[in-house]
Design a protein around this ligand. Structure first.
Ligand code: GRF
Length: 194
């Protein structure tokens, strides 16, 4: 059972899924971004606490362990119990799972296990897929892996570009991710023990 219902959302970009969560009145305690982005502005405008942990300040190549340690410290000091990644583009180091095992969710724009990685929409188009979709899953040490909580198909239309297809997928993500979070908070969907 989810004991601590304080939710943090992690963003890097447009933040339209975060926006949908806020519109659906998902109680969000904190938004963390790894770069300046619209997602941060959305959170601030909604009066949600924001923290920017710039990945650019953690070296090139990224010192993933140091970045992850800072993020975990940020989450822990604010009493966060559940983390929802929504377009967060930094891969975290496995150390986060010693604190947040089974407590980090992610949304991915494909029908996992198909098209993992950050080019999921391009790859589905390039493969000539007739349908793709989105998947919300529990994050694990393996990228775009872990138990699937929700998945929905999206058709690929003949003249789709990456943008049109991704927007069709995101429209679905904006519907199912807030609903899933609310179901988890209400106890209707149980996450595995932490
Ligand atoms: C979503 O498609 C998500 O699956 C992917 O990044 C996109 C985030 O969109 N990882 P937005 O920033 O919420 O608009």
């Amino acid at each position: 059972m989810l004991q601590n219902k304080n939710i943090a959302v992690l963003v890097s970009g447009t933040g339209s899924i975060l926006e949908a969560m806020l519109a659906a009145e998902v109680p969000i305690a904190l938004v963390v971004a790894d770069r300046e982005c619209r997602g941060l502005d959305i959170a601030k405008a909604a009066g949600v606490e924001t923290v920017l942990i710039r990945r650019a300040e953690y070296g090139a190549p990224l010192n993933r362990d140091a970045y992850t340690a800072k993020l975990v410290e940020t989450l822990e000091t604010r009493g966060i119990g559940l983390v929802a990644m929504a377009g967060f583009m930094t891969i975290l180091s496995p150390s986060i799972f010693s604190t947040y095992r089974n407590r980090i969710l992610n949304t991915h724009p494909s029908l996992l296990p198909d098209f993992k990685g950050d080019r999921a929409v391009q790859d589905a188009l390039a493969a000539g897929a007739k349908e793709t979709g989105c998947t919300i899953h529990i994050a694990t040490e393996e990228l775009d892996d872990g138990p699937i909580l929700a998945q929905e198909k999206v058709p690929v239309e003949p003249n789709d570009t990456v943008e049109t297809l991704h927007e069709r997928i995101k429209t679905v993500e904006r519907g199912i991710y807030p609903k899933l979070l609310k179901a988890i908070l209400a106890g209707g969907i149980a996450l595995p023990e932490a």
